[in-house]
Structures are given as structure tokens and as C-alpha cells.
Design a protein around this ligand. Structure first.
Ligand SMILES: C[S@@+](CC[C@H](N)C(=O)[O-])C[C@H]1O[C@@H](n2cnc3c(N)ncnc32)[C@H](O)[C@@H]1O
Length: 276
């Protein structure tokens, strides 16, 4: 008989899988549900994010031979560019559609694992590096520690696990909510975050940044800033291209000048675990 927490895990996992198989990775007019819901940005974001991607890739250097992309999704171009640095690539995801997209983009040399990162069918110490972007917060909150422990298990000593996480202590979600309320109050046309049709619900839960210290017994733990805000915050806070351009220029300057503080304030940190 399944106990309550097992049932919760399998319910969350199957609802997340359904979200991606029936909506997130399904294309309508050339754009997937994920593109329409979470990847709509103003033009200024592009050059800002190019620097973020360079910083993310630098974290993996020296690259080594083997990379696991855990929760590969539709293998966005940034993931493909990172994968090109490794002769051996494996992608794991619970969504069959995600793995179809990974197969199209990477071809047969990539090993595809239809598996949860809670239980990877992979021996210990197998990969030089693991990349896990925007996945951890879709796992049942009480099992996120187990998921990270599993990523550590499959990484070689000295290797890196690089996680793009979400920061519940970031002030930007609060600013975005405030911006929406003010727009409504003053009767303007509120630039509400993009309605994406009949979007199914998606589980989302995150721990505060200090939670990551629990891995210090096994890993060096560092943080760097990833993106300052996500697409939903941008739509709420930055109603014009001009404002977006000034905001992203400021964010780029700030994260270069005070990277430690930016990692604590930004909506998304890069969490870097170096296995001992
Ligand atoms: C927000 S998408 C991120 C995709 C990609 N990494 C990116 O950055 O665009 C989340 C992906 O994680 C996958 N996922 C969620 N829970 C998972 C789990 N327990 N094990 C493996 N993959 C999971 C989903 O199926 C989905 O493809």
C-alpha cells in the first residue's frame, strides 16, 4: 500500500508530467505552451541574458567529458550550446515529449532517460557535471533534498552540479504584484502577465536560499546571480521597451559590481555544488 507522502509524490509528478506532455511542450503556431507562458520578453532581455548564459557556461569550466542535463525539457538553445562542450551527453526528464524534443535537437549520440531525478537509473559517480535548470521547484517540496542528493550521487568527486533555482526572498515578485495593483488602481490598462489560454496548473514550491547550505557536508556550495526577473515579473513591472532597456542595463551593471548581493536579491540564482 502507498503511504500518503508516496501518493503526494506520484500525484505531483504525474500532474507536472501532464502539464508538459499536454501543454508545455505542445506547439501551437510555432510556439510551445512554455514559450507562450514563461518565455515572453522585451527585446532588451536578449543581450542581458546572453551575458547571463556566458556566466552560466563559465561555471562548468573546465568542462570534462560527460554532462547530464536533468530535466532537459525541450532543450532550449542555451542547453544545446552547453551540451556541445561535452563528448558524452545524457538527458533525463519525466516528460516523453521533452525527450522527443531532446532527440530532435541532439541526435542519437545523446543518451535519453525517461526518469525522475528522484531516482536516476545511473551508477554512482558517472558524470563530470550536471545541469538542472528550472526543475527543482516542480518537485514536492519535502523531496527536493532527495532530488539534489541523487544529482550529487551521480556526479564524480570534484564534479559540479549546477542548479538554476528560484529565490522566494527576492523582492521582485513583490514589486511585480505592487506594479499590477497600482496599474489597476489608477485605471490604466494593466499589463497583466500573458494569458496563455487554458493553462493547466503547475506545481511550484521553493526553499529559502539558506536551505542550500545543508549540502555543505558533501559539497562546496556557492551562488551566483542568474536572471534578475522572469517573464511574468517583466510583464508586470516593465510596461515599455525603454523601461526594460534601462532596467536590464542596471541589472547587468549591478550583478557585475556586487555579484554576491545580486545572487541574494535576484529572482533566480545559479546554485553551484562542487562534490568533494
Ligand atoms: C520548466 S521546465 C525546464 C526545462 C529546461 N531545463 C529549461 O531550462 O528550459 C521543467 C522540466 O523539468 C521536468 N521535470 C519536472 N519534474 C521532474 C522530475 N522529478 N524528474 C525529471 N524531470 C522533471 C519537466 O518534465 C520539464 O520538462
Amino acid at each position: 500500500m502507498q503511504d500518503v507522502s508516496d501518493r503526494k509524490t506520484s500525484n505531483v509528478e504525474s500532474s507536472v508530467r501532464d502539464f508538459y506532455d499536454t501543454y508545455g511542450w505542445v506547439e501551437v503556431d510555432g510556439a510551445s505552451g512554455e514559450d507562450r507562458s514563461f518565455r515572453v520578453f522585451r527585446p532588451a532581455y536578449e543581450s542581458y541574458h546572453r551575458a547571463v548564459e556566458r556566466r552560466t557556461q563559465a561555471v562548468f569550466q573546465p568542462f570534462g567529458d560527460s554532462l547530464l542535463i536533468a530535466g532537459c525539457g525541450d532543450m532550449p538553445d542555451s542547453h544545446v550550446r552547453l551540451a556541445r562542450n561535452y563528448p558524452e551527453i545524457a538527458c533525463a526528464d519525466i516528460s516523453a515529449r521533452a525527450l522527443d524534443r531532446a532527440r530532435e535537437k541532439l541526435g542519437p549520440p545523446a543518451e535519453l532517460l525517461e526518469a525522475s531525478i528522484l531516482e536516476l537509473p545511473v551508477p554512482d559517480n558517472r558524470f563530470d557535471a550536471v545541469f538542472c535548470a528550472h526543475v527543482i521547484y516542480h518537485i514536492v517540496i519535502d523531496l527536493q533534498e532527495k532530488a539534489i542528493a541523487e544529482l550529487i550521487r551521480v556526479t564524480k568527486p570534484g564534479g559540479r552540479i549546477v542548479v538554476i533555482a528560484s529565490n522566494p526572498g527576492s523582492p521582485f515578485r513583490f514589486f511585480a504584484g505592487l506594479a499590477l495593483r497600482l496599474q489597476k488602481l489608477f485605471g490604466g490598462k494593466a499589463s497583466t502577465p500573458q494569458a496563455a489560454g487554458d493553462k493547466p496548473a503547475l506545481y511550484f514550491a521553493r526553499h529559502p536560499l539558506k536551505w542550500w547550505r545543508r549540502f555543505e557536508d558533501r559539497c562546496g556550495v556557492e551562488m551566483q546571480p542568474w536572471d534578475v526577473i522572469g517573464s511574468l515579473e517583466e510583464q508586470a513591472m516593465l510596461p515599455s521597451d525603454r523601461l526594460a532597456s534601462a532596467f536590464y542595463r542596471f541589472a547587468a551593471w549591478f550583478e557585475k559590481t556586487a555579484p554576491g548581493l545580486a545572487a541574494r536579491l535576484w529572482q533566480y540564482p545559479i546554485v553551484i555544488l562542487t562534490k568533494r
